[in-house]
Design a protein around this ligand. Structure first.
Ligand code: AMP
Ligand code: MG
Length: 272
C-alpha cells in the first residue's frame, strides 16, 4: 500500500466515467489483512503529521482534500481515522450542509472560497461545491445549462487555487447500494446514531441511479491532472481509510516540500 500506484482509481478526464467499472470492494489480488491495514494507517498517519508540519513551516503550498459520496459512504469516518495522528493545529475540517438563506443568495462558490486553504494549510471538506452539481441537479433545483456552467466555474475555481499553490485532491467514497442498506439499518438499530438520520437519506436512496449518473458526469467533467478525482473502494472501512491516508501522503510527498532555512545566523546565538 505505501508505494501504491493509484492510477487505476483515478478518473481519467479523457473518457466518460462509469462507476460500475470501479469496485466498491478492495482488490482481491494481494489483499492485506485487517491488522496490516491498521498498521499501514498508523504509519501513514505519522507521515502525514510530519508532512503537515513541513507544509505549515514552508508556507509555499496548501492542500484541500474533498470528500464526496452517497449517504453512509464514510465521509465522517474516514476524516476521523485518517487525521487522528495529525496535530489539531495542523488541519481544519469544514462541512457543508444545505445553504443558509444568505449563502443561497450568493454565487455557489462564495461559501466554499471563504473556507479554502491558504498556503501552509491543509483543509478537509466534508461535502463541498460538488453538492451544487449533484443534489441540486438530481432534485431539479438547477437546469442542465446551469449545471454545465457550474462545471466550468468549478474548473476555473480549482485552477485558480492550483495557480496559487493550493492542490485539490478529490475522493469519491464508492459504496454499493447493498452496503448502504446495511449501514442505514445499523443506524436505525442504534439509538446513538439516530441523530445522523434525515428523511432525505431515505429519499436519496430511492434516487440511487440518478445520483450515480450525476456523480459520473460531475467526476468526468471536473477530474484534471492538477485536481484529480479518485474513486475510493469504500465498502471496507479499514481499506478505505488506509487507501485515503496513502493517497494524501503521496500527494504531499509529490509537493517536495522543504523546511525553510533560518532567516538569521544561528551560530551567533549564545544561550545564557
Ligand atoms: P450531512 O452531510 O449528513 O450533514 O447532510 C448535509 C445535507 O446537506 C445533505 O443532504 C446534502 O445533500 C445537503 N447539501 C449540502 N450542500 C448542499 C447544497 N449546495 N445544496 C443543497 N443541499 C446541500
Ligand atoms: Mg447524512
Amino acid at each position: 500500500m505505501p508505494n501504491t500506484d493509484y492510477t487505476p482509481w483515478y478518473v481519467s478526464p479523457k473518457r466518460p466515467c462509469q462507476l460500475s467499472d470501479f469496485d466498491t470492494e478492495p482488490p482481491s489480488k494481494g489483499q492485506s489483512t485487517e491488522s496490516e491495514l491498521e498498521d499501514h494507517l498508523v504509519d501513514m498517519g505519522e507521515k502525514l503529521d510530519k508532512l503537515q508540519s513541513t507544509l505549515h513551516a514552508a508556507k509555499t503550498r496548501g492542500l484541500l482534500v474533498v470528500f464526496q459520496g452517497m449517504d453512509t459512504s464514510g465521509k465522517d469516518g474516514v476524516i476521523r481515522s485518517v487525521f487522528t495522528h495529525v496535530s489539531p493545529l495542523g488541519v481544519r475540517a469544514e462541512a457543508f450542509g444545505v445553504p443558509t438563506d444568505l449563502e443561497s443568495r450568493h454565487d455557489f462558490l462564495w461559501r466554499i472560497h471563504a473556507k479554502a486553504p491558504a498556503r501552509g494549510e491543509m483543509v478537509i471538506f466534508n461535502r463541498s461545491h460538488y453538492e451544487d452539481v449533484l443534489v441540486t441537479r438530481v432534485r431539479g433545483m438547477i437546469d442542465e445549462e446551469t449545471c454545465q456552467q457550474r462545471y466550468n466555474n468549478i474548473l476555473h475555481f480549482e485552477s485558480l487555487l492550483h495557480n496559487a499553490g493550493i492542490s485539490v485532491l478529490k475522493c469519491y467514497l464508492h459504496i454499493s447500494k447493498s452496503e448502504q442498506k446495511k449501514r442505514l439499518q445499523a443506524r436505525l438499530d442504534d439509538p446513538r446514531k439516530h441523530w445522523k438520520l434525515q428523511p432525505s437519506d431515505f429519499d436519496d436512496r430511492e434516487l440511487w441511479p440518478q445520483f450515480t449518473q450525476a456523480y459520473e458526469e460531475a467526476l468526468s467533467a471536473t477530474s484534471t491532472p492538477e485536481s484529480p478525482w479518485y474513486v475510493v473502494p469504500a465498502d471496507s472501512k479499514p481499506y478505505r481509510d488506509s487507501f485515503v491516508a496513502g493517497l494524501i501522503v503521496q500527494t504531499l510527498e509529490n509537493m517536495k516540500l522543504k523546511t525553510p532555512k533560518p532567516t538569521f545566523d544561528l551560530s551567533k546565538v549564545k544561550l545564557t
